[in-house]
Design a protein around this ligand. Structure first.
Ligand code: NAD
Length: 484
């Protein structure tokens, strides 16, 4: 079956601005998680396709793409961003069908992709080296240069946003990118490549090889001409990719998972906090690396916060992505089984509330209801491990010290937020929380593309988004000229 929404052939790899049949002549089924039905097939790319893509990327660095000035690169990115903007609805529908994301969330992702391109288009010619005061008779300066070919291995949960922040920044710095999207959801990666071609991106600057992680992904991570690896995904695969990067001695950015807390103190504005407390946990059915899966509440407020969150949970509706309810399905039967496995481990906990599956949902869709657990011990497995599903735990604390110890008491460190009116506490905790991003009296700050993002501990290292990404996607060369 081929989707009406497709205007390109999803069974091909995108290499050097051409659509090529995978060398294996093998294909993988792509499933709509709302229905469990196969919607189309995609290429099962492998070693030979990755080699072709890397070689075209490398060639583009000394030809068309590599010859553009920073300003010209910015103009190309801007044109791509405008086309993405114009085709937001088309992209959103594809993402919705492929990932199972409610349409409103998919539209927000398409808009974010356009915004990343706009941001990095503007930034392309505003990042530069510096002159260094040095010995008499010398002029010393630094040049900020692209790495060369960059590899981008991404997951299925936010393809468009991750392409924007990772490929957008790499291209702005003048790298040539090879993208390996997830086998579960890769339609918008292919659609994006076609839009980039249409907008005038020179051949080879962006190449897309779909396929399995152990085949196309491993081949890309290990290719000797790849000079930088950007990986977003699980801790387990992140370790493999980092080991490969170590072997080839290339820099790597790892954006991995999280167990991000929101700390709610008894002086917080609960009315303002409430929508963030729930939405940050259930957005994209909880399949968000920066999902807030732990809600830490000061003891005197615990019951009130739980009952108000529970009221919201009771209204949450889960259903097919195109029906645009609060939550869509999970990405796959496997992911649903993982989440159900965690829920079973919560049999000893107080199930404070849960949502509902809409009656019109297909029995074959991968739906789970969102569940809120209250009064959870911070050491419980549900409060320690990333679930990657719509499950939140509420944990009570006595005072600031205990809140901090619980917040920092997992192996992760991606995002945290503080809900309190007390300025000194906000400043103290912002410094002490182990996280790559800290939000005060909000969560996520609307996802601003300007805000550097990344983790510590098992959440990974390196930063994407904002200007910081441009440093990561470039290397610094020092030049010292002796003239006297
Ligand atoms: P995953 O690690 O299984 O897959 C991610 C990508 O890696 C896919 O493209 C996959 O094909 C590829 N891959 C798999 N094995 C590989 C190998 N041996 N070599 C090279 N590539 C390989 O992750 P997933 O299940 O797709 O995504 C879920 C995880 O991603 C969660 O843990 C989540 O927290 C994390 N995530 C993190 C962020 C972030 O920005 N920090 C964003 C999204 C997802």
């Amino acid at each position: 079956m081929v989707l009406d929404e497709l205007w390109f052939d999803p069974t091909r790899c995108f290499i050097g601005n051409e659509w090529l049949t995978p060398n294996s002549a093998q294909y993988l089924d792509l499933v709509n998680p709302s229905t469990g039905q196969v919607v189309c097939q995609i290429a099962r790319g492998g070693d030979a396709d990755v080699c072709a893509a890397v070689s075209r990327a490398d060639a583009s660095l000394s030809a068309g793409w590599g010859r553009l000035s920073a300003t010209e690169r910015g103009r190309v990115l801007y044109r791509i961003g405008q086309l993405v903007q114009q085709r937001c609805e088309q992209l959103a529908r594809l993402e919705s069908i492929d990932v199972g994301k409610p349409l409103t969330q998919a539209r927000a992702d398409a808009a974010a992709l356009a915004r990343y391109l706009e941001f990095y288009a503007g930034a392309a010619d505003k990042i530069h080296g510096a002159t260094i005061p040095y010995l008499a008779g010398y002029t010393a300066y630094t040049l900020r240069e692209p790495h060369g070919v960059t590899a981008h291995i991404i997951p299925w949960n936010y393809p468009m946003q991750i392409i924007g922040r990772s490929v957008g920044a790499a291209l702005a710095m003048g790298n040539a990118a090879v993208l390996k999207p997830a086998e579960e959801a890769c339609l918008t990666a292919l659609a994006f490549a076609d839009i980039a071609r249409e907008a005038g991106l020179p051949a080879g600057a962006l190449n897309v090889v779909p396929g399995l992680g152990t085949e196309a992904g491993a081949a890309l991570a290990g290719h000797p001409l790849v000079r930088h690896l950007s990986f977003t995904g699980s801790v387990e695969v992140g370790r493999i990719v980092q080991a490969t990067a170590a072997n080839n001695v290339v820099p790597v950015t790892l954006e991995l998972g999280g167990k991000s807390p929101q700390l709610v103190f008894n002086d917080a504005d609960i009315d303002a906090a409430l929508p963030f407390l729930v939405n940050a946990g259930i957005q994209n059915a909880g399949q968000t690396c920066s999902a807030s899966s732990r809600i830490l509440v000061q003891k005197s407020m615990h019951d009130e916060v739980v009952s108000r969150m529970a009221a919201r949970y009771a209204e949450l509706r889960v259903g097919p992505a195109l029906q645009d309810l609060d939550l869509g399905p999970l990405i796959s039967a496997r992911q649903r089984d993982i989440v159900n496995g965690f829920l079973a481990q919560g049999h000893d906990l107080e199930r404070a509330a849960e949502g509902k599956i809409a009656s019109e949902s297909s029995d074959n869709g991968y739906f789970v209801v969102p569940v809120l657990f209250a009064g959870v011990n911070p050491d419980h497995i549900l409060a320690q491990q990333e679930i990657f599903g719509p499950v939140q735990t509420v944990i009570a604390f006595e005072d600031e010290d205990e809140a901090l110890a619980i917040a920092n008491g997992t192996a992760f460190g991606l995002v945290a937020s503080i809900w309190s009116r007390e300025g000194a506490r906000q400043m103290r905790l912002a410094k002490k929380l182990r996280a790559g991003q800290v939000f005060i009296n909000n969560y996520g700050a609307g996802g601003g593309v300007e805000l550097p993002f990344g983790g510590t501990g098992l959440s990974g290292h390196g930063r994407e988004k904002g200007f910081e990404a441009l440093y990561g996607f470039s290397s610094l060369k020092t030049v010292a000229a002796r003239h006297d």
